[in-house]
Design a protein around this ligand. Structure first.
Ligand code: F6R
Length: 610
C-alpha cells in the first residue's frame, strides 16, 4: 500500500509540491507519516520507519495495509510545515483526510469545533474537514461525510477514511476534480488519472456535488442528498503524458481551465470577512507602511507587466495613490528617482526574473520599501523584498503565462482594496460591493471558458493564416489588449501590435487593410462609446473586427464581424474575464497552425538572464 501510494503521488509530481504525506490503516491502527520537501523526503522518513521495524518497533506504515490515502501539497493557506501537510486527522486520530482546494467557511466551522473541544494541530482550512466528519460519525463514514459535506462551502475535493471502517474510503467533490479508478477487488480515487493509470484504465468521473464510497468489491456514487447515482465506466486510452495533462491536449489548455480554481485559491481567505480585504499574513508588509505610502512604482516584465498595468488603474481609482509603471529592464538603467516613502512592487510569477530582481534591488538600495508579488515560495524575489504577497496559481508548466496572470491581477485588486480601506478612500459599502464581485470572479471565469472556447475556435478558423493582428483597448481594456497580443505572438509566431485605441489614428491605422484582424476589447466601461468609434474607424478601412463584449451590451455586435460575449462584472474587474477569450483565441490560432504551444520557440519559462 505504501509503495502504491508513493507511486501514485509521484505521477502527480509535475504539479510541484512542498510537502507530502500518507496515511494507512494496518492491523487495527491508523497512522499518518508526513514530510516537508519532495517525495524523496517522505520516502526517507518511511524507510526510517522501516529501520525502526528492525529494532522491534513496527511502525504502522510498515505493516501490511489494504487502505490508504496520500497527498502532495503546494502551500496555499498556512506555511510549509509538517503539521500543515496532509493527511489531517481529528482530535482522536480516528478519521484521516486528504483535501485539495479551499474550504471558504472554515473559520466559522473551526470556531464551532473548538468550542466542542476539538484540538487542531495545523493552520490549514483542510483540517476542519477531519474534525467535522468525526463530529458527525456514528457508525457510518459515508453518512458522516454526507453530513459534513452539507456544511462545507468552497472549492474542494477530499477523501476520508476511518479506523472504525478500515475497508472504506469516502470522497466528495465540490468543483475540484475527483476521479475513480475501477479495479478487480480493489478501487482507487484520485484528483487526476495518472495517479492510478498503472493499475487501471477504467474510470468513473465524480461530478460536482457528489459523494463516492469505495469498498474493495465496488463503488457507489450518490448525490449530496444521499440519492444513488448511476454512472457508467469509461476507458481512458491516454498515455502517461496525456494523463498528466488531465486529458487536455496541452498544459496551456489545462492551465486555462484551472484559472477559476487558481483565482479562488488566491482570494478566498483574504476576502473571508466579506466587507473588506485581509492581507495581514505571514511575510506581508507592515500595514502602517502601506497606509502612509506616498507613491507606488510597479516593475515587471512581459505578462507580469500587463498585470501591473491593470493594478495601476485599481490602485489609483480605489486607493488614490499615484502609480508609476515601468518595464523592469528599462527601470534599472534609467537612474530612477525613488526613495523613502515609495513602495516599489515587483511582480514576477517565477520570482527569479533577472531584470525584475535588479529593479527591486535598485529601489531597495535607494531606500524604497519593496513588495514582491510572486507565485513561487522561496524564490529570490521573496528574499530580496521587504514583504511578499503570493499568488496561489499552483505550478504553471506552459511557457505562456495564463493562470498566473489572472492571479497576479487578483492580488493587485486585493492590494488596491486593502489600501483603499486603510486610507479611507472608498466608502465601506463600495468596498463590500467590490469584495462581493471579487468573490464571484471564479464563477464568472468558469462560465467564460465554457461559453467562449468553441467561439474562439470558430473565429480562429477564419483568421489563423493572417500575417498580422492588431489589438486595441481603452482604460483597463488596454492592458488586456496588450496581453492578448503577447499571447498570440508568442505561441503562434504571428506579428501583432497592440495600441490604446485612441492612438490608432496617430499612425498605426496605416497598417490596416482587408487582411487585418483587429481584436477589440470592448467590454463595458465609461469609454465604451469611444472604443466603438475606433472599431468603426478600423472597419471603414476594411479590417475585420473581432470584439470581446460584455453580455447584454447590444451596441458592440453591430460594429463587429465577430464578437464574443463575456459575463458582466464591475467594469474595473472586467479585465480578468476579458482576457480569457483572448487566451483561447491565441491558443486556437496557434493550434490551427500546428504549433507546440507549451514550448514556443526561443522562449524560456524563467528568464534569469538580462
Ligand atoms: C508571457 C510570459 C512572460 C513572463 C515574463 C516574466 O506569457 O510568461 O512574458 O511574464 O517573462 O516572468 P515572471 O513573471 O516569472 O517574472
Amino acid at each position: 500500500m505504501r509503495e502504491l501510494l508513493l507511486a501514485g503521488l509521484s505521477k502527480l509530481e509535475y504539479r510541484g509540491y512542498d510537502s507530502a504525506g500518507i496515511s494507512v490503516i494496518a492491523d487495527g491502527q491508523i497512522e499518518a507519516v508526513r514530510a516537508v520537501g519532495n517525495l524523496s523526503a517522505l520516502e526517507t522518513k518511511l524507510s526510517g520507519a522501516a529501520a525502526a521495524r528492525q529494532n522491534g518497533a513496527v511502525a504502522v506504515a510498515q505493516k501490511p495495509a489494504t487502505t490508504g490515502i496520500g497527498h502532495t501539497r503546494w502551500a496555499t493557506h498556512g506555511r510549509v510545515s509538517e503539521e500543515n501537510a496532509h493527511p489531517h486527522f481529528d482530535s482522536d486520530d480516528r478519521v484521516h483526510v486528504v483535501v485539495n482546494g479551499i474550504v471558504e467557511n472554515y473559520m466559522a466551522l473551526k470556531e464551532r469545533l473548538l468550542g466542542e473541544g476539538c484540538v487542531f494541530t495545523s493552520e490549514t482550512d483542510a483540517e476542519v474537514i477531519a474534525h467535522l466528519i468525526a463530529a458527525h460519525y456514528r457508525d457510518d463514514l459515508a453518512e458522516a461525510v454526507r453530513l459534513a459535506f452539507g456544511e462545507l462551502e468552497g472549492h474542494y475535493a477530499f477523501v476520508a477514511m476511518s479506523l472504525e471502517q478500515p475497508d472504506l474510503l469516502v470522497g466528495a467533490r465540490k468543483e475540484c476534480p475527483l476521479i475513480v479508478g475501477r479495479g478487480e477487488g480493489e478501487q482507487f480515487v484520485a484528483s487526476a488519472v495518472p495517479a492510478f493509470l498503472s493499475e487501471t484504465r477504467d474510470v468513473q468521473y465524480v461530478e460536482n456535488g457528489e459523494i463516492v464510497v469505495l469498498r474493495p468489491e465496488g463503488v457507489e456514487i450518490m448525490t449530496g442528498d444521499g440519492a444513488e447515482v448511476q454512472r457508467g465506466v469509461e476507458q481512458v486510452d491516454w498515455d502517461q503524458e496525456t494523463a498528466e495533462k488531465g486529458g487536455y491536449d496541452t498544459f496551456m489548455l489545462k492551465e486555462i481551465h484551472e484559472q477559476a480554481d487558481a483565482v479562488a485559491d488566491t482570494i478566498f481567505d483574504r476576502t473571508a470577512r466579506g466587507d473588506g480585504v485581509d492581507l495581514d499574513e505571514e511575510g506581508a508588509l507592515d500595514e502602517s507602511i502601506l497606509k502612509d505610502v506616498k507613491r507606488i512604482v510597479v516593475v515587471a516584465c512581459g505578462t507580469a507587466y500587463h498585470a501591473g498595468l491593470i493594478g495601476r488603474y485599481a490602485l489609483e481609482e480605489w486607493a488614490r495613490v499615484p502609480v508609476e509603471m515601468d518595464i523592469a529592464s528599462e527601470y534599472r538603467y534609467r537612474n530612477p528617482v525613488v526613495g523613502p516613502g515609495d513602495l516599489v512592487i515587483g511582480v514576477s510569477q517565477s520570482g527569479e526574473t533577472a531584470d525584475t530582481l535588479a529593479a527591486m534591488r535598485l529601489a531597495r538600495e535607494r531606500g524604497a520599501t519593496v513588495l514582491a508579488i510572486t507565485n513561487t515560495r522561496g524564490s529570490q524575489a521573496t528574499r530580496d523584498a521587504d514583504g511578499v504577497l503570493y499568488t496561489r496559481a499552483g505550478l504553471e508548466i506552459g511557457v505562456a503565462a495564463t493562470k498566473t496572470f489572472v492571479c497576479q491581477v487578483a492580488v493587485m485588486y486585493l492590494l488596491a482594496l486593502r489600501l483603499a480601506e486603510l486610507r479611507g478612500t472608498l466608502e465601506p459599502a463600495r468596498i463590500a460591493e467590490l469584495v462581493a464581485e471579487l468573490k464571484r470572479l471564479p464563477h464568472c471565469i468558469d462560465e467564460t471558458i465554457e461559453r467562449c472556447e468553441s467561439q474562439a475556435e470558430e473565429i480562429a478558423k477564419t483568421c489563423w493564416d493572417a500575417e498580422f493582428f492588431f489589438y486595441i483597448g481603452r482604460h483597463v481594456g488596454l492592458p488586456v489588449a496588450l496581453e492578448g497580443a503577447l499571447k498570440l505572438k508568442e505561441i503562434s509566431y504571428i506579428s501583432t501590435d497592440a495600441y490604446a485605441a485612441g492612438e490608432m489614428k496617430h499612425g498605426p491605422i496605416a497598417l490596416l487593410d482587408e487582411a487585418t484582424p483587429v481584436v477589440c476589447v470592448a467590454t463595458r466601461s465609461p469609454v465604451l462609446d469611444k472604443l466603438i468609434s475606433n472599431m468603426q474607424e478600423a472597419r471603414a478601412r476594411g479590417a475585420r473586427v473581432i470584439a470581446v463584449a460584455t453580455e447584454g451590451d447590444g451596441e458592440v455586435e453591430p460594429h463587429s464581424d465577430a464578437s464574443i460575449a463575456v459575463p458582466a462584472t464591475d467594469w474595473m474587474l472586467q479585465p480578468i474575464i476579458a482576457v480569457i477569450p483572448l487566451q483561447l483565441l491565441a491558443y486556437a490560432v496557434a493550434r490551427s497552425r500546428g504549433l507546440n504551444v507549451d514550448q514556443p520557440r526561443n522562449l524560456a519559462k524563467t528568464v534569469t538572464v538580462e
